[in-house]
Design a protein around this ligand. Structure first.
Ligand SMILES: [Zn+2]
Ligand SMILES: [Zn+2]
Length: 677
C-alpha cells in the first residue's frame, strides 16, 4: 500500500495511506478534535505541489475576501476541506474555531446556506456571488421584487431549518462545458458567465448544499450544522461585478460568528455605534453641518464645534512649540507647475480638484502641504547646525473624493491636516522618529485613548526598481522606525511590500471606547521629494548634502479626529473641551439674580457657563442639559442663594448635592487643567 507522511504542528510525523483525509487524521488524534474541526490547512513538504480537491482547479469566482483564504494564516500552505483526500507528503493543521482562518470558511459556508435558503423560497432568483466578509457574509441575487424585511425573516428561518438538517457541503468536479450546460439549463446566466471567465482548467469545482449548487473553489465546513450564530442584517443594492451600468443585484448581508455570545456582542457594538454616530450627534449638539447648497464633503463648523476645534488646536500648537516645531502657514492655491515638480500631477491627479486658470497660468488647489513646506525650507541655504528643521501647519487641503464615499466628518473634500515635515540628517532620524511616536502617545493620553495598534510598512526588497530611494535609505530608515518601536516597547506588526513607493512608514491606529480601530498617526519617510526639489544643506564638511524628509500627521485631519472624538465620547466632551461646562438652572424666576451672579462668577473665573432662564419646569431644563451632554448642571433656588452654594448635578454621575460655589469652582479648575476625561 502506498503511504504518505503527514507532519503535524508539533513536529510529529504520521505515516498514513495515500488519500487519507484531514478528517480521518483528526479522528485518529482525538474524537474531540474531529468534532471541533472545521477545515484544514496543508502545505506540501516534497515533490510537485499537488493540491487535490482544493482551489487550484479554478480561480475564485467570488470576490477578493475569499481569494485571501488562499495563503491563509501564517502564510504557509492553503486551506482544504476536511474530506479532501491528501495524496502527497504534507504539513497539516486541523483548524478549529480557535483559528482565525477558520471563521472565514464558516462565513463562506453561511453564504452558501443563505443562497440555498433563498432558492427554496424564491426558486426563480438569479445567483451572483457570495463571499465571506469581516463580520459575516453576503450573497447577491437578481429578483424583480425587492426583498422586504419580512422576506429576510423568512429566509433566516429557512436557513435555521437547513442548518438543523446538517446538510453536507459536498465538493464535485465537472468538465467545464458540462458546468456551463448545467447553469444554462438552470437559467443562471451570471453563473455561466463566471464559469466561462474564471475556470482556467478543464475541470471545474462545485459545492452542493442540498439542492443548491455553487461554482466555488471552497473550501467549506463539512456540513451546515455548525452554522449557528448568524443573523441576516440588511439588503443593499450592488452592481454585477461591482461595475456601474451592469445589472442591479440585491445583496443580502448577514452577520456570522462561532458563538451566540460573539454575535450578541457584535450586535451590541453596532447598536452602540449607531448611538454614537457623529453625524446624528453633530446635528443634535449643533456642532457642525454639511450644506447641500455649498456642496458635498465640505464642513461648516457651528459655534460649539468651532469652539471645541479652537481648544483642540490651542493644545496642539502649544505642544508643537514645546516640542521644537516651527509653525508656518502656506497658500491654499499654488502654481500647477509646483505640483508637476512634486510629481502629484502624475500619481495623485485623480485625487485633485481641477486646476484654475489665472492670467494664462494654471493654479492648483492644494491636496497636500508638503510642497509648501519644502519651499519654505528651500527659501535659503540651510546649514547642518539648524537641522532638524520641523515645519508644522494646520494646513487645509482639498481632495477630490467621489460623492459616494463621503461620510460625515470622516471622509470629506476639504479638511485641515495637523501636518508637519521634518528635514534632518541621517544621524538624527532615530531621535526624530522617537519624538514623533512620543507625540502620538501624548495625543492618545490627552484625548483619552489607551489602546492602539501599530503597523510598520516596509518595501518589497525583491523589487527595488518599484521604489524611490536606495537600499541604504530604506535599510536605515526602516531600522530607525523599528529600533524606536522596540526601544519604546511598542508592539507592532511589520508588513512587507505595504509601503508607498517613496518610503517606509509607521501607522498608529487608536482603539475607541467601543473597540473600533481608527487610523490616525502616520510617520512617513520620503526619499522622493528631496531629490525632486533639489533639497540641500551644508554639512560639517562644508559640502552640500541632501536632507532626509519625514511627513508626519498625528490626528490625520482636524475634521476626522473631531468625528472620532464625538463617537469616542458619545458626544459627552470632557470638561476641558465641552463647549458649555456648566449650565445654571434657577428653580424659578425669583432666583434669577443669584443665578446670574453664579454665571458671572463662573465666567470671570474663565469657565464656559450658560444660564437656562426659560420659563420651564426644572425637570425639563435638566433633561435638555442632559441631552446637550453638558458636564455640570448647577441648580439654584432659595436655599442656595442664602448659603452661597450650588446644587451640583453631573452629566453621568447624577446628583452630587449642594456645594459652596468657591469649592465647585476650584474643583472645576483642577478638572479642566488636568484635562480629566
Ligand atoms: Zn462559494
Ligand atoms: Zn507631506
Amino acid at each position: 500500500m502506498e503511504t504518505i507522511h503527514i507532519t503535524m504542528p508539533d513536529g510529529a510525523i504520521r505515516e498514513v495511506p495515500l488519500g487519507t483525509t484531514a478528517a480521518e487524521i483528526a479522528q485518529q488524534i482525538s474524537p474531540r478534535l474531529a468534532k471541533e474541526a472545521l477545515v484544514a490547512r496543508i502545505s506540501p513538504t516534497a515533490g510537485p505541489a499537488v493540491a487535490p480537491a482544493t482551489a487550484s482547479a479554478n480561480a475564485s469566482p467570488d470576490a477578493s475576501p475569499e481569494a485571501r483564504l488562499d495563503a491563509a494564516g501564517n502564510g504557509e500552505g492553503f486551506l482544504v476541506d476536511l474530506r479532501a483526500p491528501i495524496d502527497h507528503d504534507a504539513r497539516l493543521w486541523v483548524l478549529t474555531p480557535k483559528d482565525p482562518d477558520a471563521i472565514q470558511v464558516l462565513r463562506h459556508s453561511a453564504a452558501h446556506l443563505l443562497a440555498a435558503a433563498v432558492l427554496e423560497l424564491f426558486p426563480n432568483v438569479k445567483l451572483g456571488i457570495g463571499p465571506p466578509i469581516d463580520t459575516g457574509f453576503f450573497y447577491d441575487f437578481v429578483r424583480d421584487e425587492p426583498f422586504t424585511p419580512e422576506d429576510l425573516e423568512r429566509i433566516e428561518k429557512k436557513m435555521r431549518e437547513l442548518a438543523a438538517q446538517d446538510i453536507p457541503n459536498e465538493r464535485k468536479m465537472l468538465p467545464k462545458p458540462e458546468a456551463i450546460e448545467l447553469y444554462r439549463k438552470w437559467n443562471q446566466g451570471f453563473k455561466c458567465e463566471l464559469v466561462e471567465e474564471k475556470a482556467v482548467e478543464s475541470m471545474v469545482s462545485f459545492y452542493t448544499t442540498g439542492k443548491f449548487i455553487d461554482f466555488c473553489r471552497g473550501p467549506h465546513i463539512p456540513s451546515t450544522g455548525r452554522i449557528r450564530a448568524f443573523k441576516l442584517m440588511s439588503v443593499a443594492g450592488a452592481y454585477w461585478k461591482g461595475q456601474e451600468g451592469n445589472p442591479q443585484m440585491q445583496r443580502i448581508y448577514g452577520a456570522c460568528f462561532y458563538t451566540q455570545q460573539e454575535l450578541d456582542e457584535y450586535l451590541h457594538r453596532l447598536e452602540e455605534a449607531k448611538r454614537r454616530d457623529h453625524r446624528r450627534l453633530g446635528a443634535e449638539l449643533d456642532l457642525f453641518s454639511v450644506q447641500e447648497e455649498a456642496g458635498p464633503g465640505l464642513i461648516f463648523w457651528h459655534p460649539k464645534g468651532a469652539l471645541i476645534r479652537k481648544l483642540m488646536e490651542d493644545w496642539l500648537r502649544d505642544e508643537l512649540l514645546r516640542r521644537g516645531y516651527d509653525l508656518v502657514v502656506t497658500p491654499h492655491i499654488m502654481r500647477l507647475d509646483l505640483w508637476k515638480t512634486s510629481g502629484h500631477t502624475g500619481f495623485y491627479r485623480d485625487n485633485m480638484f481641477g486646476p484654475v486658470e489665472v492670467e494664462k497660468a494654471d493654479y492648483q488647489l492644494k491636496p497636500m502641504n508638503c510642497p509648501g513646506h519644502i519651499l519654505i525650507y528651500k527659501s535659503r541655504l540651510r546649514s547642518y547646525r539648524e537641522l532638524p528643521v520641523r515645519l508644522a501647519e494646520l494646513g487645509t487641503v482639498y481632495r477630490y473624493e467621489r460623492s459616494g464615499v463621503l461620510h460625515g466628518l470622516l471622509r470629506v473634500r476639504g479638511f485641515t491636516q495637523d501636518d508637519a515635515h521634518i528635514f534632518c540628517m541621517p544621524e538624527q532620524i532615530e531621535a526624530e522618529v522617537e519624538a514623533c511616536i512620543d507625540f502620538a502617545f501624548g495625543v492618545m493620553k490627552t484625548f483619552g485613548f489607551d489602546k492602539y495598534l501599530v503597523e510598520l510598512s516596509d518595501w518589497d526588497a525583491a523589487h527595488p526598481e518599484n521604489y524611490a530611494g536606495s537600499a541604504e535609505d530604506w535599510g536605515r530608515s526602516t531600522a530607525a522606525l523599528q529600533n524606536t518601536l522596540n526601544k519604546l516597547n511598542v508592539p507592532f506588526k511589520r508588513i512587507e511590500g505595504e509601503a508607498a513607493f517613496y518610503g517606509p512608514k509607521i501607522d498608529v491606529k487608536l482603539i475607541d471606547a467601543i473597540g473600533r480601530p481608527w487610523q490616525l498617526t502616520t510617520v512617513q519617510f520620503d526619499f522622493n521629494l528631496p531629490g525632486r526639489f533639489g533639497l540641500e544643506y551644508v554639512g560639517e564638511d562644508g559640502n552640500r548634502h541632501q536632507p532626509l524628509m519625514v511627513h508626519r500627521a498625528l490626528w490625520g485631519s482636524v475634521e476626522r479626529f473631531f468625528g472620532i472624538l464625538i463617537e469616542h465620547y458619545a458626544g459627552a466632551f470632557p470638561v476641558w473641551l465641552a463647549p458649555v461646562q456648566a449650565e445654571v438652572l434657577p428653580l424659578s424666576e425669583k432666583f434669577s439674580v443669584y443665578a446670574n451672579n453664579v454665571v458671572a462668577e463662573l465666567r470671570a473665573a474663565g469657565f464656559r457657563a450658560h444660564l437656562d432662564d426659560r420659563n420651564e419646569k426644572l425637570q425639563a431644563k435638566i433633561r435638555d442639559a442632559q441631552l446637550q451632554k453638558i458636564p455640570y448642571m448647577l441648580i439654584v433656588g432659595g436655599k442656595e442663594a442664602e448659603a452661597g452654594t450650588v446644587s451640583v448635578r453631573h452629566q453621568s454621575k447624577g446628583d452630587l448635592g449642594p456645594r459652596p460655589l468657591a469649592e465647585f469652582l476650584s474643583d472645576l479648575r483642577s478638572q479642566a487643567d488636568s484635562k480629566v476625561i
